[in-house]
Design a protein around this ligand. Structure first.
Ligand SMILES: *Cc1c(COP(=O)(O)O)cnc(C)c1O
Length: 426
C-alpha cells in the first residue's frame, strides 16, 4: 500500500469521503487521492515522493505558481505580528483602495472568507437593493454551496428550482430560476415570465464548473441589455475568472460592466479569502451602514490579506502576465486540439486563455446538457493515463485545467507528449 492509500484508509473513517471538499475525491477515478506534502512552482509532491506537474493550482489561486517567494515572505512577516485581531487593520484599507482604484466597476468592496460567502452575500445585497426575491442562474454554473444556489437541474428554462442537494428545503430554492448557458433567449423568457420580481442574473462569465464552456460572442452583452431592460442587477461570479482572464477579470476581458462582482481563489493567493463589490449605492446598504446584514469573525484576516494583496499587486504591476498566460494556453490547449484532430478523435477541446477542458463527446459543448454528454469512463482512463505520466489534472470531467505563469514552455511540451500518449491509450 502506498502512503496515500494508507492515509486515505484512515481518512474515510473520520472525514466524510476522506476529503474536506468533494472535488478532491478520486471517486470518479476509483482510487485513493494523492495526498500532497508540498508544492513548488508548477509541481506538487505527494507523500510517496512522486512529483507531478500540477494543473489544479489549488483550483486557481496559484496563478503565479506554488510557493511564490514574495507571497511566502509577506505571509511569514504578517504572522510575526499575530494571526488575527478581530479589529480593523491598515492592510484591509490598502487592498480595498487598490482594487477599487484599478477595477472600474468596483466602487466598494467587502472581504469575506470564501467564494461561497462572497456569492451568498452578493445575492443578499442584490435582493436588499432591488427589493425583489427571484434570481436567475445558469444550469451548470457553480456559485458555491449556499442553499439558494444549489440548483442547476433541468435542461432549458425551468420556472422554479429543484434542489440538487438533500437538506436544502424547497423554500430556499423556490426563488432560484435556471436558464441555459449561452442562450440569452432562455433568460429573456424567465424575465418576462417573472416581470418585476427578478433581483439579479448571476453568471460565470466563462463557465468553468461544468468543464470549461466559454461564452458565445454577444451572450454576455445581451445579458447586460436584458438586465437593464428588466431593471435587475447583473452579477459576474468572478471567483475563478477574477484577476485571471485580465486584472479586471472577465468584466475587463469581455468589456461588460456588471453591477456586482464576486471574487475568491486568486484574491487570497491560497489563503481562504473571498470578496464582493460593485456599485456604491448597492454596497452602501451593507451592515453596519445599511440594512443588509453580513459579517465575518475572520474576514479581512491580516495574514490572508498579506498573501492576497501581494499577489494582486504583483499581477497589476506585471500585466504582461495575461498575454503570457494566453500564449501558454494557445500552446497547450491549441496543441491538444491539434492532437485530437490529427488522431481523428471526436472529442471537444474548449478553452479560453489559461482555462480549458477536454470533453469526450462528439457534440459541441456549449452548455450543461452538452457537457453532460461526455463519456466519463473515457475521462477516468485519460486522467489515469496522465497521472501515470506525471501530470496531475482535476479528478473530474466537470472541472477546468488551470495554467500558471510557472508552467514553462518545456513543461507544456512534456504535457503535450503525455496527452498524446494518454489519448493514444484510450
Ligand atoms: C470555487 C467557486 C465558488 C465557491 O468558492 P469557495 O471558496 O469554494 O466557497 C463560487 N463560484 C465559482 C465560480 C467558483 O469557481
Amino acid at each position: 500500500m502506498t502512503r496515500s492509500e494508507q492515509l486515505f484508509e484512515r481518512a474515510v473513517k473520520r472525514i466524510p469521503g476522506g476529503v474536506n471538499s468533494p472535488v478532491r475525491s478520486y471517486g470518479a477515478i476509483g482510487e485513493a487521492p494523492r495526498f500532497i506534502e508540498k508544492a513548488d512552482k508548477c509541481y506538487i509532491y505527494d507523500v510517496d515522493g512522486n512529483r507531478y506537474v500540477d494543473y489544479i493550482d489549488s483550483w486557481g489561486p496559484m496563478i503565479l505558481g506554488h510557493n511564490f517567494p514574495e507571497i511566502r515572505e509577506n505571509v511569514i512577516k504578517a504572522c510575526e505580528n499575530g494571526l488575527s485581531f478581530g479589529c480593523a487593520t491598515g492592510i484591509e484599507v490598502e487592498i480595498a483602495e487598490f482594487i477599487c482604484e484599478h477595477i472600474p466597476h468596483v466602487d466598494m468592496i467587502r472581504m469575506v472568507n470564501s467564494g461561497t460567502e462572497a456569492v451568498m452575500s452578493a445575492i443578499r445585497a442584490a435582493r436588499g437593493f432591488t427589493g425583489k426575491d427571484k434570481i436567475i442562474k445558469f444550469a451548470g454554473c457553480y456559485h458555491g454551496h449556499s442553499d439558494c444556489l444549489l440548483v442547476s437541474a433541468g435542461s432549458g428554462v425551468m420556472a422554479s428550482g429543484i434542489p440538487d442537494s438533500a437538506g436544502v428545503p424547497k423554500g430556499c430554492t423556490q426563488d432560484t430560476m435556471t436558464a441555459t448557458y449561452n442562450d440569452a433567449a432562455s433568460v429573456e423568457a424567465l424575465l418576462k415570465q417573472e416581470e418585476g420580481n427578478v433581483a439579479a442574473v448571476i453568471v460565470e462569465a466563462v463557465g468553468a464548473n461544468m468543464g470549461v464552456v466559454p461564452p458565445k460572442p454577444g451572450f454576455l452583452r445581451r445579458l447586460r441589455e436584458l438586465c437593464d431592460e428588466h431593471n435587475c442587477l447583473l452579477i459576474f461570479d468572478e471567483v475563478i475568472t477574477g484577476f485571471r482572464l485580465a486584472f479586471g477579470g472577465a468584466a475587463e476581458y469581455f468589456g461588460i460592466r456588471p453591477d456586482l462582482v464576486t471574487y475568491g481563489k486568486i484574491i487570497g493567493a491560497g489563503m481562504p479569502v473571498g470578496a464582493y463589490g460593485g456599485r456604491k449605492e448597492i454596497m452602501d446598504l451593507i451592515s453596519p451602514c445599511g440594512p443588509v446584514y453580513q459579517a465575518g469573525t475572520l474576514s479581512g484576516n491580516p495574514v490572508a490579506m498579506a498573501a492576497g494583496f501581494t499577489q494582486l499587486k504583483y499581477l497589476y504591476e506585471h500585466q504582461e502576465i495575461y498575454k503570457d498566460l494566453a500564449a501558454k494556453g494557445e500552446k497547450l490547449y491549441g496543441g491538444l486540439k491539434k492532437i485530437v484532430e490529427e488522431k481523428g478523435l471526436p472529442y471537444q477541446v474548449n478553452y479560453d486563455s489559461s482555462l480549458a477542458s477536454i470533453f469526450f463527446t462528439d457534440q459541441e459543448v456549449k452548455d450543461y446538457v452538452s457537457a453532460k454528454t461526455s463519456n466519463l469512463e473515457l475521462f477516468a482512463k485519460y486522467f489515469k493515463g496522465m497521472l501515470k505520466r506525471g501530470i496531475h489534472l482535476a479528478p473530474s470531467q466537470f472541472e477546468a485545467m488551470f495554467l500558471s505563469t510557472a508552467h514553462t514552455d518545456e513543461v507544456i511540451d512534456e504535457t503535450l507528449e503525455a496527452m498524446r500518449g494518454a489519448l493514444g491509450d484510450l
